[in-house]
Design a protein around this ligand. Structure first.
Ligand SMILES: NC(=O)c1ccc[n+]([C@@H]2O[C@H](COP(=O)([O-])OP(=O)(O)OC[C@H]3O[C@@H](n4cnc5c(N)ncnc54)[C@H](O)[C@@H]3O)[C@@H](O)[C@H]2O)c1
Length: 323
Protein backbone atom coordinates (compact mmCIF):
# COMPACT_ATOMS: atom_id res chain seq x y z
CA UNK A 1 0.00 0.00 0.00
CA UNK A 2 1.35 3.44 -0.92
CA UNK A 3 1.95 6.15 1.63
CA UNK A 4 -1.01 8.21 2.79
CA UNK A 5 -3.50 5.47 2.06
CA UNK A 6 -6.72 6.50 3.78
CA UNK A 7 -7.90 4.36 6.64
CA UNK A 8 -10.67 4.63 9.20
CA UNK A 9 -10.33 3.38 12.77
CA UNK A 10 -13.54 2.79 14.70
CA UNK A 11 -12.95 2.98 18.45
CA UNK A 12 -9.75 4.96 17.82
CA UNK A 13 -10.06 6.88 21.11
CA UNK A 14 -10.00 3.65 23.11
CA UNK A 15 -7.09 1.80 24.65
CA UNK A 16 -5.99 -0.35 21.69
CA UNK A 17 -7.43 2.02 19.07
CA UNK A 18 -5.34 5.01 20.20
CA UNK A 19 -2.15 2.91 19.99
CA UNK A 20 -3.20 1.68 16.55
CA UNK A 21 -3.86 5.25 15.35
CA UNK A 22 -0.31 6.21 16.41
CA UNK A 23 1.12 3.15 14.64
CA UNK A 24 -0.79 3.91 11.44
CA UNK A 25 0.24 7.58 11.42
CA UNK A 26 3.87 6.58 12.01
CA UNK A 27 3.57 4.20 9.03
CA UNK A 28 2.39 7.07 6.80
CA UNK A 29 -1.35 6.37 6.64
CA UNK A 30 -3.93 9.13 6.62
CA UNK A 31 -6.20 8.30 9.56
CA UNK A 32 -9.80 9.17 10.43
CA UNK A 33 -11.46 7.98 13.63
CA UNK A 34 -15.07 7.28 14.53
CA UNK A 35 -15.71 6.98 18.24
CA UNK A 36 -18.69 7.75 20.48
CA UNK A 37 -16.40 8.23 23.50
CA UNK A 38 -18.52 5.83 25.56
CA UNK A 39 -15.35 4.33 27.05
CA UNK A 40 -12.62 6.06 25.04
CA UNK A 41 -11.16 9.47 25.75
CA UNK A 42 -10.32 12.26 23.36
CA UNK A 43 -7.08 13.03 25.18
CA UNK A 44 -5.80 9.58 24.11
CA UNK A 45 -6.21 10.45 20.47
CA UNK A 46 -3.37 11.70 18.25
CA UNK A 47 -4.39 15.15 16.95
CA UNK A 48 -3.12 14.27 13.46
CA UNK A 49 -6.12 11.99 13.03
CA UNK A 50 -9.44 13.41 11.84
CA UNK A 51 -12.00 12.77 14.56
CA UNK A 52 -15.73 12.08 14.20
CA UNK A 53 -17.71 11.92 17.42
CA UNK A 54 -20.25 9.37 16.28
CA UNK A 55 -21.55 5.92 17.20
CA UNK A 56 -21.08 3.16 14.64
CA UNK A 57 -24.77 2.36 15.00
CA UNK A 58 -25.65 5.90 13.89
CA UNK A 59 -26.73 6.25 10.22
CA UNK A 60 -24.23 9.14 9.92
CA UNK A 61 -21.48 6.52 9.65
CA UNK A 62 -22.36 6.18 5.97
CA UNK A 63 -21.74 9.91 5.35
CA UNK A 64 -18.42 9.73 7.19
CA UNK A 65 -17.27 6.83 5.02
CA UNK A 66 -18.47 8.69 1.90
CA UNK A 67 -16.55 11.77 2.94
CA UNK A 68 -13.33 10.05 4.02
CA UNK A 69 -13.24 7.33 1.37
CA UNK A 70 -11.10 4.91 3.41
CA UNK A 71 -9.56 1.90 1.67
CA UNK A 72 -9.34 -0.02 4.92
CA UNK A 73 -11.39 0.08 8.10
CA UNK A 74 -9.91 -1.15 11.36
CA UNK A 75 -13.01 -2.00 13.33
CA UNK A 76 -12.38 -1.80 17.08
CA UNK A 77 -15.42 0.14 18.35
CA UNK A 78 -17.30 -2.06 20.75
CA UNK A 79 -18.89 -2.29 24.13
CA UNK A 80 -15.73 -3.99 25.40
CA UNK A 81 -16.60 -5.07 28.95
CA UNK A 82 -17.54 -8.73 29.43
CA UNK A 83 -19.18 -7.93 32.76
CA UNK A 84 -21.21 -5.06 31.32
CA UNK A 85 -22.45 -7.38 28.56
CA UNK A 86 -23.91 -9.76 31.15
CA UNK A 87 -25.62 -6.82 32.92
CA UNK A 88 -27.05 -5.33 29.72
CA UNK A 89 -26.98 -7.78 26.78
CA UNK A 90 -29.27 -5.55 24.71
CA UNK A 91 -26.91 -2.57 24.85
CA UNK A 92 -24.03 -4.92 24.08
CA UNK A 93 -25.72 -6.30 20.97
CA UNK A 94 -26.85 -2.83 19.92
CA UNK A 95 -23.27 -1.58 19.86
CA UNK A 96 -21.40 -4.72 18.86
CA UNK A 97 -23.79 -6.52 16.51
CA UNK A 98 -26.04 -3.81 15.05
CA UNK A 99 -23.16 -1.33 15.00
CA UNK A 100 -21.03 -3.82 13.08
CA UNK A 101 -23.80 -4.56 10.57
CA UNK A 102 -24.34 -0.85 9.95
CA UNK A 103 -20.62 -0.34 9.46
CA UNK A 104 -20.30 -3.30 7.09
CA UNK A 105 -23.29 -2.15 5.04
CA UNK A 106 -21.84 1.35 4.68
CA UNK A 107 -18.38 -0.08 3.85
CA UNK A 108 -19.80 -2.42 1.20
CA UNK A 109 -21.91 0.38 -0.33
CA UNK A 110 -18.90 2.71 -0.56
CA UNK A 111 -16.46 0.15 -1.98
CA UNK A 112 -14.13 -0.12 1.02
CA UNK A 113 -11.51 -2.78 0.25
CA UNK A 114 -11.09 -4.44 3.60
CA UNK A 115 -12.15 -4.62 7.24
CA UNK A 116 -9.61 -5.64 9.88
CA UNK A 117 -11.77 -6.74 12.79
CA UNK A 118 -10.82 -6.85 16.47
CA UNK A 119 -12.36 -10.00 17.86
CA UNK A 120 -11.69 -11.92 21.03
CA UNK A 121 -9.65 -15.08 21.44
CA UNK A 122 -9.85 -14.66 25.20
CA UNK A 123 -13.63 -15.07 25.23
CA UNK A 124 -14.84 -16.66 21.99
CA UNK A 125 -13.70 -20.23 22.75
CA UNK A 126 -15.28 -20.36 26.22
CA UNK A 127 -13.42 -23.04 28.18
CA UNK A 128 -11.77 -25.17 25.47
CA UNK A 129 -10.70 -28.76 26.18
CA UNK A 130 -7.06 -28.14 25.31
CA UNK A 131 -4.93 -25.04 25.56
CA UNK A 132 -3.29 -23.31 23.87
CA UNK A 133 -6.13 -23.59 21.36
CA UNK A 134 -5.90 -22.78 17.67
CA UNK A 135 -8.45 -21.16 15.34
CA UNK A 136 -10.05 -24.51 14.44
CA UNK A 137 -11.32 -24.82 18.01
CA UNK A 138 -15.11 -24.37 17.77
CA UNK A 139 -16.32 -21.05 19.18
CA UNK A 140 -18.28 -21.58 22.37
CA UNK A 141 -19.34 -18.17 23.70
CA UNK A 142 -20.45 -18.15 27.34
CA UNK A 143 -21.18 -14.41 27.60
CA UNK A 144 -23.16 -11.93 25.49
CA UNK A 145 -19.91 -10.09 24.69
CA UNK A 146 -18.28 -13.22 23.26
CA UNK A 147 -21.43 -14.05 21.32
CA UNK A 148 -21.64 -10.53 19.89
CA UNK A 149 -18.08 -10.87 18.60
CA UNK A 150 -18.78 -14.29 17.10
CA UNK A 151 -21.94 -13.03 15.37
CA UNK A 152 -19.93 -10.09 13.98
CA UNK A 153 -17.38 -12.54 12.58
CA UNK A 154 -20.19 -14.42 10.81
CA UNK A 155 -21.51 -11.17 9.34
CA UNK A 156 -18.03 -10.34 8.06
CA UNK A 157 -17.92 -13.66 6.28
CA UNK A 158 -21.41 -13.13 4.85
CA UNK A 159 -20.51 -9.66 3.52
CA UNK A 160 -17.34 -11.04 1.94
CA UNK A 161 -19.27 -13.77 0.13
CA UNK A 162 -22.19 -11.51 -0.81
CA UNK A 163 -20.54 -8.15 -1.57
CA UNK A 164 -16.85 -8.98 -1.91
CA UNK A 165 -15.95 -6.92 1.17
CA UNK A 166 -12.59 -8.39 2.24
CA UNK A 167 -11.70 -9.00 5.89
CA UNK A 168 -9.13 -10.27 8.33
CA UNK A 169 -10.29 -11.25 11.80
CA UNK A 170 -7.84 -10.88 14.70
CA UNK A 171 -8.82 -12.72 17.87
CA UNK A 172 -6.83 -11.11 20.66
CA UNK A 173 -5.88 -12.65 23.96
CA UNK A 174 -6.02 -10.31 27.00
CA UNK A 175 -4.44 -7.09 25.79
CA UNK A 176 -2.60 -4.89 28.27
CA UNK A 177 -0.25 -1.93 28.30
CA UNK A 178 -0.01 1.84 28.76
CA UNK A 179 -3.26 3.73 28.23
CA UNK A 180 -5.54 1.05 29.64
CA UNK A 181 -7.99 2.54 32.11
CA UNK A 182 -7.08 1.50 35.68
CA UNK A 183 -10.55 2.61 36.79
CA UNK A 184 -12.33 0.69 34.05
CA UNK A 185 -14.37 -2.50 33.97
CA UNK A 186 -11.84 -4.52 32.02
CA UNK A 187 -8.10 -4.99 32.05
CA UNK A 188 -7.02 -6.82 35.16
CA UNK A 189 -3.40 -5.61 34.96
CA UNK A 190 -4.32 -1.91 34.81
CA UNK A 191 -6.93 -2.35 37.56
CA UNK A 192 -4.55 -4.23 39.88
CA UNK A 193 -1.67 -1.80 39.20
CA UNK A 194 -3.93 1.22 39.82
CA UNK A 195 -5.13 -0.14 43.16
CA UNK A 196 -1.73 -1.34 44.35
CA UNK A 197 -0.11 2.01 43.55
CA UNK A 198 -2.84 3.64 45.67
CA UNK A 199 -1.96 1.28 48.53
CA UNK A 200 -5.09 -0.85 48.18
CA UNK A 201 -5.36 -4.61 47.84
CA UNK A 202 -7.10 -5.64 44.63
CA UNK A 203 -10.00 -8.10 44.52
CA UNK A 204 -9.42 -11.47 42.91
CA UNK A 205 -12.68 -13.14 41.87
CA UNK A 206 -12.38 -16.90 42.44
CA UNK A 207 -9.24 -18.62 43.69
CA UNK A 208 -6.89 -16.75 41.35
CA UNK A 209 -5.85 -19.96 39.60
CA UNK A 210 -7.80 -19.10 36.45
CA UNK A 211 -5.40 -18.91 33.51
CA UNK A 212 -5.13 -16.13 30.94
CA UNK A 213 -2.97 -15.30 27.96
CA UNK A 214 -1.63 -11.73 28.00
CA UNK A 215 -0.45 -9.90 24.91
CA UNK A 216 1.15 -6.45 24.92
CA UNK A 217 -0.63 -3.67 23.06
CA UNK A 218 2.24 -2.82 20.66
CA UNK A 219 2.23 -6.45 19.49
CA UNK A 220 -1.49 -6.13 18.77
CA UNK A 221 -0.82 -2.98 16.73
CA UNK A 222 1.80 -4.93 14.72
CA UNK A 223 -0.78 -7.64 13.97
CA UNK A 224 -3.20 -5.02 12.63
CA UNK A 225 -0.52 -3.46 10.43
CA UNK A 226 0.43 -6.89 9.07
CA UNK A 227 -3.22 -7.62 8.24
CA UNK A 228 -3.36 -4.68 5.81
CA UNK A 229 -1.40 -6.71 3.27
CA UNK A 230 -2.12 -10.27 4.26
CA UNK A 231 -4.58 -12.71 5.76
CA UNK A 232 -7.54 -12.05 3.46
CA UNK A 233 -10.65 -14.00 4.48
CA UNK A 234 -8.84 -15.58 7.41
CA UNK A 235 -9.03 -15.58 11.20
CA UNK A 236 -5.98 -15.34 13.48
CA UNK A 237 -5.33 -15.83 17.16
CA UNK A 238 -3.13 -13.07 18.53
CA UNK A 239 -1.68 -14.15 21.86
CA UNK A 240 1.46 -15.32 23.62
CA UNK A 241 0.42 -18.98 23.94
CA UNK A 242 1.57 -18.88 27.59
CA UNK A 243 -1.11 -19.42 30.23
CA UNK A 244 -0.54 -17.26 33.31
CA UNK A 245 -2.65 -17.37 36.47
CA UNK A 246 -4.20 -14.26 38.00
CA UNK A 247 -2.27 -15.08 41.19
CA UNK A 248 0.98 -14.98 39.17
CA UNK A 249 0.03 -11.60 37.70
CA UNK A 250 -0.72 -10.34 41.19
CA UNK A 251 2.62 -11.44 42.57
CA UNK A 252 4.58 -10.02 39.59
CA UNK A 253 2.75 -6.73 40.10
CA UNK A 254 3.69 -6.82 43.78
CA UNK A 255 7.33 -6.68 42.66
CA UNK A 256 6.70 -3.87 40.14
CA UNK A 257 4.66 -1.74 42.56
CA UNK A 258 6.46 -2.76 45.79
CA UNK A 259 3.05 -3.26 47.42
CA UNK A 260 3.15 -6.61 49.16
CA UNK A 261 -0.26 -6.95 50.86
CA UNK A 262 -2.37 -10.00 50.02
CA UNK A 263 -5.22 -9.69 47.53
CA UNK A 264 -8.85 -9.95 48.67
CA UNK A 265 -10.48 -13.11 47.34
CA UNK A 266 -14.15 -12.76 46.31
CA UNK A 267 -16.64 -15.27 44.86
CA UNK A 268 -16.07 -16.19 41.24
CA UNK A 269 -18.05 -14.16 38.68
CA UNK A 270 -20.57 -15.86 36.42
CA UNK A 271 -19.48 -16.41 32.84
CA UNK A 272 -15.78 -16.16 33.60
CA UNK A 273 -13.43 -18.21 31.40
CA UNK A 274 -11.33 -20.49 33.62
CA UNK A 275 -8.45 -21.43 31.37
CA UNK A 276 -7.40 -19.95 28.06
CA UNK A 277 -4.25 -19.53 26.00
CA UNK A 278 -4.04 -19.00 22.26
CA UNK A 279 -1.97 -20.84 19.71
CA UNK A 280 -0.87 -18.17 17.20
CA UNK A 281 1.06 -20.44 14.82
CA UNK A 282 -1.19 -19.43 11.92
CA UNK A 283 -0.42 -15.72 12.46
CA UNK A 284 3.30 -16.55 12.58
CA UNK A 285 3.04 -18.35 9.22
CA UNK A 286 0.71 -16.04 7.30
CA UNK A 287 1.30 -12.63 8.89
CA UNK A 288 4.92 -13.15 10.03
CA UNK A 289 3.57 -12.06 13.41
CA UNK A 290 5.02 -13.04 16.73
CA UNK A 291 4.72 -11.33 20.11
CA UNK A 292 7.88 -9.37 20.86
CA UNK A 293 7.27 -7.93 24.33
CA UNK A 294 7.74 -10.29 27.28
CA UNK A 295 5.26 -10.24 30.16
CA UNK A 296 7.96 -8.96 32.51
CA UNK A 297 8.83 -6.00 30.28
CA UNK A 298 5.19 -5.28 29.44
CA UNK A 299 4.17 -5.23 33.10
CA UNK A 300 6.92 -2.73 33.86
CA UNK A 301 5.69 -0.39 31.11
CA UNK A 302 2.06 -0.77 32.19
CA UNK A 303 2.88 0.03 35.83
CA UNK A 304 5.10 2.98 34.84
CA UNK A 305 2.18 4.41 32.87
CA UNK A 306 -0.30 4.06 35.74
CA UNK A 307 2.24 5.52 38.16
CA UNK A 308 2.95 8.55 35.94
CA UNK A 309 -0.75 9.18 35.42
CA UNK A 310 -1.72 8.89 39.06
CA UNK A 311 1.04 11.43 39.92
CA UNK A 312 -0.38 13.78 37.27
CA UNK A 313 -3.93 13.24 38.57
CA UNK A 314 -3.03 13.96 42.17
CA UNK A 315 -1.07 17.10 41.10
CA UNK A 316 -4.18 18.29 39.26
CA UNK A 317 -6.35 17.61 42.29
CA UNK A 318 -3.95 19.48 44.59
CA UNK A 319 -3.01 22.46 42.42
CA UNK A 320 -5.96 22.64 40.06
CA UNK A 321 -3.60 22.43 37.07
CA UNK A 322 -5.02 21.98 33.60
CA UNK A 323 -5.04 18.41 32.27
N1 LIG B 1 -8.56 -5.16 25.64
C1 LIG B 1 -8.63 -6.47 25.40
O1 LIG B 1 -8.08 -7.27 26.17
C2 LIG B 1 -9.35 -7.01 24.19
C3 LIG B 1 -9.30 -8.38 23.93
C4 LIG B 1 -9.98 -8.89 22.83
C5 LIG B 1 -10.67 -8.03 21.99
N2 LIG B 1 -10.71 -6.70 22.26
C6 LIG B 1 -11.46 -5.84 21.36
O2 LIG B 1 -10.60 -4.81 20.88
C7 LIG B 1 -11.35 -3.61 20.69
C8 LIG B 1 -10.74 -2.46 21.46
O3 LIG B 1 -10.73 -2.80 22.84
P1 LIG B 1 -10.16 -1.81 23.95
O4 LIG B 1 -9.61 -2.66 25.03
O5 LIG B 1 -9.32 -0.78 23.33
O6 LIG B 1 -11.51 -1.20 24.50
P2 LIG B 1 -11.94 0.33 24.74
O7 LIG B 1 -13.23 0.27 25.47
O8 LIG B 1 -10.80 1.09 25.35
O9 LIG B 1 -12.15 0.85 23.26
C9 LIG B 1 -13.37 0.77 22.58
C10 LIG B 1 -13.60 2.11 21.92
O10 LIG B 1 -14.80 2.03 21.14
C11 LIG B 1 -15.62 3.15 21.44
N3 LIG B 1 -17.01 2.70 21.23
C12 LIG B 1 -17.71 1.80 21.96
N4 LIG B 1 -18.92 1.59 21.42
C13 LIG B 1 -18.98 2.39 20.32
C14 LIG B 1 -19.97 2.62 19.33
N5 LIG B 1 -21.14 1.99 19.36
N6 LIG B 1 -19.69 3.51 18.35
C15 LIG B 1 -18.49 4.16 18.29
N7 LIG B 1 -17.52 3.97 19.21
C16 LIG B 1 -17.76 3.09 20.20
C17 LIG B 1 -15.31 3.53 22.86
O11 LIG B 1 -15.61 4.87 23.18
C18 LIG B 1 -13.81 3.25 22.91
O12 LIG B 1 -13.06 4.38 22.50
C19 LIG B 1 -12.78 -3.93 21.12
O13 LIG B 1 -13.52 -4.31 19.99
C20 LIG B 1 -12.61 -5.12 22.04
O14 LIG B 1 -13.76 -5.91 22.10
C21 LIG B 1 -10.06 -6.16 23.35
Amino acid sequence: MAESTKVLVTGGAGFIGSHLVNGLLESGYSVAVVDDLSSGQLRNLNHQATFYHCAINDPKVLQIIQREGPEIIFHLAAQSSVRQSTLDPVADADSNVLGTIRLLSAAAAEGVDKIVFSSTGGAIYGNPDTIPCDEDTPPNPITPYALSKYVSELYLDLYRRTYGLEYTILRYANVYGPGQDPNGEAGVIAIFAGMMLRGRSPNIYGDGRQERDFVYVSDVVEANLAAVYRGDGRTYNIGSGEPVTINQIHSQLQECTEFYQDPVYRPRRAGEVLKIALDSTRAAKDLSWEPKVSLEEGLRHAVDYVRANSVRRSARARFGANP
